[in-house]
Design a protein around this ligand. Structure first.
Ligand code: NAD
Length: 368
């Protein structure tokens, strides 16, 4: 069989579903990558430019993330090709149509991602009885509202900082993308003493070397405005976030934002990958060669999915945050030791950890 996008291998994808429903105005792709550890959990992304290739890569990231986190779940992803800023009524219509189209795909459990939220997962659950990241009122642990992923990122940064001798008190942080992941990462890192010196969204960057008011920035975003409307700080284009001098750089927006052509501009000591696949392989190699500590996406941004899995299995908020802290701290330390001990990159160490767990799970499965 054709090696789809060069991404088909022994792990998956198991299934790729293309959905095109003209009457509902729905175009979507669902990828179930691997189910060795259990039914696949993965977010529903809405973006006008999202592709099947991106969905396959993100589904694989979920397989690795769920396995690395030691969850009884495989990895999947869905992509709805649309503008996430459509009117709320249209969005509900579209998401309900999407949910009905995947009703029989029982090995896939949808969750929130860029362009979707807890309310959207409430609609999916209402249609098909299967979704994670639900609103509190219908039994969910609202992971984006609580900042589960940002909380896990801050825990990983804490472990990473200790490993490289960086004191988090007054450490400078720059965050690309100030949504569910980015804003909470900034907030939890500030609780550890860090200072947010820059943040960006799709419209631009705001920076101030003395520190930005995180609560003020969050309030602005929650009012539906851009960070560039903030009354303080220096304003620049979206790309300017890469050039800001800082200790910790957190990509929390789109894939492939650091590449061979721009990685050399980054001035941080730690890159904590909040977004999925934010750095190309070349970019990570360039940065590691300069001594930058890479905290790989699927290990350190697993807070959301750990929270979602806890919810799915009937746990509560307190348990979820304990799991996130324990799992992410332990895995980050494991990776750093493995990478240093074996002289390999942090990503190679992370891949080793995840694939070993997937193949161990595979051995427990029927093959016919
Ligand atoms: P979100 O939609 O809440 O926020 C995205 C933010 O990125 C917004 O502030 C948006 O303005 C900004 N943005 C978009 N394009 C940008 C650009 N070119 N430059 C700078 N900013 C830009 O999304 P989110 O839930 O915070 O997810 C962000 C990333 O993290 C995605 O890659 C997602 O897959 C990943 N992720 C999310 C979670 C989660 O729990 N939400 C968990 C793991 C990984």
């Amino acid at each position: 069989m054709e090696n789809l996008f060069g991404l088909m291998d022994d792990l998956g994808p198991t299934k790729i579903l293309h959905i095109s429903l003209c009457q509902a105005g729905l175009k979507a792709i669902v990828v179930v990558d691997n189910t060795a550890c259990g039914p696949a959990i993965g977010g529903v992304r809405i973006a006008p430019d999202v592709t099947a290739e991106e969905a396959c890569r993100l589904a694989r990231a979920m397989t690795l993330k769920n396995a690395a986190a030691g969850l009884p779940h495989g990895g999947g992803k869905s992509a709805i090709v649309a503008d996430p800023r459509m009117p709320p009524g249209d969005k509900e219509h579209l998401i309900r149509a999407f949910a009905r189209a995947i009703a029989d795909l029982n090995e896939y459990i949808p969750g929130p991602d860029m362009g979707t939220d807890e309310l959207a997962m409430g609609w999916v659950h209402d249609e098909i009885g299967r979704a994670v990241g639900l609103p509190r009122e219908v039994g969910g642990i609202p992971l984006d509202e609580l900042g589960a992923t940002g909380f896990g990122l801050a825990a990983a940064v804490d472990v990473g900082a200790k490993a490289i001798g960086l004191d988090l008190k007054s450490a400078k942080v720059a965050v690309q993308g100030f949504g569910a992941v980015g804003k909470h990462a900034a907030r939890f890192l500030a609780q550890k003493g860090c200072v947010l010196v820059a943040a960006s969204d799709s419209r631009g960057t705001v920076s101030c070397s003395a520190g930005l008011d995180i609560a003020g920035l969050i309030a602005l975003k929650e009012a539906g405005r851009s960070l560039t409307d903030f009354p303080h700080g220096t304003k620049a284009g979206t790309d300017a976030i890469i050039d800001v001098p800082c200790d910790i750089w957190i990509p929390a927006a789109r894939p492939d934002v650091l590449r061979k052509d721009n990685a050399g501009r980054l001035k941080a000591k730690i890159v904590a990958e909040g977004a999925n696949i934010p750095c190309t392989t070349e970019a990570e190699a360039i940065l590691e060669a300069r001594g930058v500590l890479i905290l790989p996406d699927f290990v350190v941004n697993a807070g959301g999915v750990i929270c979602a899995a806890t919810e799915f299995h009937g746990g509560i908020e307190t348990t979820a945050f304990l799991y996130i802290e324990e799992k992410i701290r332990r895995n980050t330390a494991l990776l750093i030791n493995k990478a240093r001990g074996e002289g390999i990159s942090m990503r190679e160490a992370a891949m080793g950890l995840a694939t070993e767990r997937i193949w161990n799970a595979q051995r427990t499965r029927r093959w016919k």
